[in-house]
Design a binder for this molecule. Structure first.
Ligand SMILES: Nc1ncnc2c1ncn2[C@@H]1O[C@H](COP(=O)(O)OP(=O)(O)OP(=O)(O)O)[C@@H](O)[C@H]1O
Length: 399
């Protein structure tokens, strides 16, 4: 006897009513993708559950990959036996003996109503059986060390003990797509992660100003993107050549307003990329009050240039909370590598904290920025970062 399956529970999905099928199909697709390196295993779907049939594979590396897939509520190693009482008894005993529990409880769910014993009767029967064949182990129905769960289904019975928490959220791909403005800093990768957790697929855009920002700075962004693929499949990173436009801004716009204009140009370019790739929103790592450009007035002035939704999942978070997540998703060490950001290189030490829309509009009239935008968009380099190299999704701290 051995644990030969992994049972996957998908909590929040159960609430999605008529859309449930669509959500589960996407979840199944995402799991299948992550399990490509294990050709022997099979993924099966029955009412309300997904099962991974291990076919002799070691379970631990598979659990490590699967538990980071959004939409999964929890996982358990499971033993599959025929719907026969003696087999169920044997498997329940194996599950209990392979746990460290000193106290236990049995919870039977009888989905298959043609099984002759009811759930309550089975609880008592299996509880008594386990007590008879073990020593020094007691029943505790309120706070057991281990809960032996028995699901009697149509095809077979599945017995589990430990419950491993999953990543929660919604399957990536079920909530549309957003364009993540990905700098090399701490915040924007965290913002990307938060959106993926709500089921949103990402493409990323990065504004690069060579030779003022180096290849190292670009590589840093690609490394961050690669970390984010742990939660999805692949990530397209659109690298925008930003030097000419930035230099022009620096020449034409009064110092205090250069930062605001630069952000507005970023959103204009991002919107063009969204339109081209059929993406309906943009996401930034802005958090209110964190720096001069992230005041309410500044957001108001910057937002004026686009009517696409700008999602700011970190807007009300403290820096410490953001850092905690960035450590947990393993982007922090990359984000703190020293690098040059296009925003900091050209921009004055003291940008206006309360930039006004009418003033900015007036300043922007000083040059034909649209031609610079068009040129930047035409020369975008798109790099696809995939999750193929990733085998080790070991971010323990969040859960
Ligand atoms: N070079 C860039 N390329 C793409 N997006 C950028 C770039 N610079 C800034 N952004 C976007 O603008 C947001 C605000 O940037 P800013 O530099 O003001 O803040 P930050 O707190 O340092 O953010 P981060 O830690 O994400 O760099 C970033 O979170 C990111 O979404």
């Amino acid at each position: 006897m051995e644990f030969d399956h992994i049972l996957i529970r998908y909590g929040e999905l159960a609430l999605k009513g008529r859309n449930q099928k669509y959500f589960i199909n996407q979840l199944q697709h995402n799991i299948q993708h992550k399990l490509k390196p294990f050709p022997n295993i099979k993924l099966k779907r029955t009412q309300g559950r997904l099962f991974i049939l291990l076919n002799g594979e070691e379970p631990q590396p598979i659990i490590e990959r699967v538990r980071w897939i959004f939409g999964i509520h929890s996982l358990s190693l499971a033993i599959k036996v025929p719907n026969e009482l003696t087999k169920i008894e044997e498997a329940a005993l194996y599950a209990l003996e392979n746990s460290d529990g000193k106290t236990f409880k049995v919870s039977v769910r009888r989905v298959n109503k043609s099984f002759p014993k009811g759930s309550q009767e089975m609880n008592q029967h299996l509880g008594a059986h386990l007590l008879r064949y073990t020593e020094g182990i007691h029943v505790d129905v309120h706070n057991p060390d281990v809960e032996i769960k028995v699901e009697i289904r149509k095809d077979a019975t599945y017995i589990t003990s430990h419950v491993i928490p999953g990543a929660g959220g919604l399957p990536v791909g079920t909530s549309g797509k957003t364009l993540l403005l990905l700098s090399g800093g701490i915040d924007s990768p965290v913002a990307g992660y938060m959106m993926m957790k709500r089921g949103v697929e990402l493409e990323a855009i990065h504004f690069h100003s060579p030779p003022f920002t180096s290849d190292r700075a670009k590589q840093k962004v690609l490394d961050l993107a690669e970390k984010l693929t742990a939660f999805g499949h692949q990530l397209k990173v659109h690298v925008v050549p930003f030097t000419t436009l930035q230099q022009k801004i620096f020449q034409e716009i009064p110092e205090g307003y250069a930062m605001t204009v630069m952000r507005r140009m970023m959103f204009r370019i991002s919107e063009a990329v969204c339109r081209k790739h059929n993406i309906l929103s943009m996401t930034t790592g802005e958090s209110l009050g964190q720096v001069a450009s992230q005041t309410m007035e500044s957001m108001h002035t910057i937002n004026e240039v686009t009517n696409f939704p700008i999602l700011r999942p970190l807007v009300a978070m403290d820096k410490q909370e953001i850092i905690k997540i960035s450590r947990a998703i393993d982007t922090y060490d990359i984000s703190i590598r020293p690098y040059e950001d296009c925003c900091t290189i050209f921009v004055p030490k003291s940008p206006k904290t309360k930039p006004k829309r009418d003033k900015v509009n007036q300043f922007e009239e000083s040059f034909d920025y649209q031609s610079y935008i068009d040129e930047a968009v035409q020369n975008i380099e798109t790099i696809v970062v995939s999750d193929e190299k990733r085998q080790d999704n070991l971010f323990d701290e969040l859960f």
